[in-house]
Design a protein around this ligand. Structure first.
Ligand SMILES: NC(=O)c1ccc[n+]([C@@H]2O[C@H](COP(=O)([O-])OP(=O)(O)OC[C@H]3O[C@@H](n4cnc5c(N)ncnc54)[C@H](O)[C@@H]3O)[C@@H](O)[C@H]2O)c1
Length: 395
């Protein structure tokens, strides 16, 4: 079974197959004495690409092109290893990815994902067959989803302009409501019972909340963390969440805090989005709220995300928040910017801040220009038009 292709996509060695190597130090900064001795060689980064379904291949292809262009300015060589996993793989082999998928991905410095989901396959199979096992298996416990109202973008909310909304939703990514613990009794019978348990561990809760506080400190914006809870109705898991939030907050006296019930948080994302800085939420609550934060900042086609293993033991995964968008798949009009901004987050995670900012700025230049925009932003440009414009902005 051939499900991987790796190529040097580099003008010096075009299309030379390479073997997958083991990662040495995935999140190392590029300034060690060893690396300066080897300055003549470009820094090589092995990126696993799972383009996936629907608009996934279009947006990941665009992200790869802008990564290469930005990388060339910073002496970086990307080795892209493509994995043709997803719904077509499911139709051929009865599973979304092979049993040794994590082993194949493990040597990469990072993973770039498009989206998975197909109208002819139940969503629980596509999600549980690919994305969730990667997030859990690689302990990518922090799902980071920034939402910024950029210049040139109109919010559906009245009276909000560029920079007014600048928040990050930090979502717990390995347990909670998506732990897949449960089962059916009397399956398909009239008396059928479904049980789905949430799993909240003290360790899992504490580490994601601590991550959110650290991020609020690093961002140097409003120095504020909002906890999303539902402890009025969920008297065990969310009570543990609240207690943990309080105890971690005590370690960060310089960060202000608030705690909102998830329903109030949803309302306030619309009513006063400018008040949020870092928002920390469980797997389910963070998933839902980050679609809301995406749309109040213009479009889900701009919403980037990172699935981080902050310890660097495993590769982290970067993907747009959106799904496979079957309604526009194949039309060439998907907004590639969320995938590009996710690629920028990947560069930042790999310690390449300047390259990350350069790529992000190129996207923002095109947005601010206001001429080229895909239909989700009210324009009539294609994915290819927008990609060319970002490439030009990187020139
Ligand atoms: N991480 C993932 O892979 C992921 C995330 C969400 C949904 N899904 C899957 O994707 C499939 C479709 O789900 P959905 O319709 O609920 O969500 P979706 O994000 O795919 O689409 C929602 C709406 O947003 C639009 N949209 C999404 N991305 C866009 C982009 N880049 N440019 C322009 N418009 C864009 C779509 O056209 C659609 O109208 C389902 O099978 C679902 O399970 C996958």
């Amino acid at each position: 079974m051939k499900d991987r292709t790796c190529y040097y996509e580099n003008p010096i060695m075009p299309n030379t197959p390479v073997s997958v190597r083991r990662r040495s130090n995935p999140s190392s900064k590029p300034s060690s004495s060893k690396s300066s001795r080897r300055r003549a060689q470009p820094r090589s980064l092995s990126i696993a690409v799972i383009a996936g379904d629907g608009i996934g291949p279009d947006v990941t292809s665009a992200a790869r092109r802008v990564l290469e262009k930005a990388g060339a300015r910073f002496h970086l060589r990307f080795v892209f290893c493509e994995f043709d996993w997803g719904s077509d793989h499911y139709f051929r082999h009865g599973r979304m990815m092979p049993p040794n998928a994590l082993e194949l991905l493990a040597p990469s410095d990072a993973i770039l994902l498009g989206a998975v989901g197909h109208p002819d396959i139940p969503d629980n199979i596509t999600l549980n067959g690919l994305l969730l096992p990667i997030r859990r298996g690689f302990d990518q416990y922090a799902n980071v989803r920034p939402a910024v109202l950029y210049p040139g973008v109109t919010s559906p909310l009245a009276g909000r302009g560029p920079g007014d909304i600048d928040m990050v939703v930090v979502r717990e990514n390995t347990e909670g409501e998506y732990a897949q613990v449960g089962g059916f009794v009397h399956h398909y019978a009239p008396e059928e019972v479904a049980v789905q348990a949430s799993v909240f561990t003290r360790r899992g809760t504490e580490r994601i909340i601590r991550f959110a506080f650290d991020l609020a400190r690093r961002r140097r914006r409003k120095s504020r963390v909002t906890s999303v809870t539902k402890s009025n109705a969920q008297g065990f898991s969310m009570v543990l969440w609240d207690r943990t939030f309080q105890s971690v907050a005590n370690e960060f006296p310089d960060i202000s805090v608030e705690s909102l019930l998830v329903d109030a948080a949803a309302m306030n994302f619309v009513r006063r989005p400018e008040s949020f800085d870092v928002v920390v939420a469980s797997n389910l609550f963070g998933d839902i709220l980050s679609d809301l934060s995406a749309i109040v900042t213009g479009s889900i086609g701009l919403a980037a995300s990172a699935n981080l293993d902050p310890t660097g033991r495993f590769p982290s995964l970067f993907e747009p928040v959106h799904g496979s968008a079957p309604d526009i798949a194949g039309k060439g009009i998907a907004n590639p910017m969320a995938a590009m901004l996710s690629a920028s987050m990947m560069l930042e995670h790999l310690g390449l801040e300047e390259a990350a900012r350069t790529l992000e700025s190129a996207v923002l230049i095109v947005l601010a220009g206001g001429k080229l925009r895909t239909p989700d932003l009210g324009g009539d440009s294609t994915t290819a038009d927008v990609t060319e414009a970002v490439l030009n902005a990187l020139a």
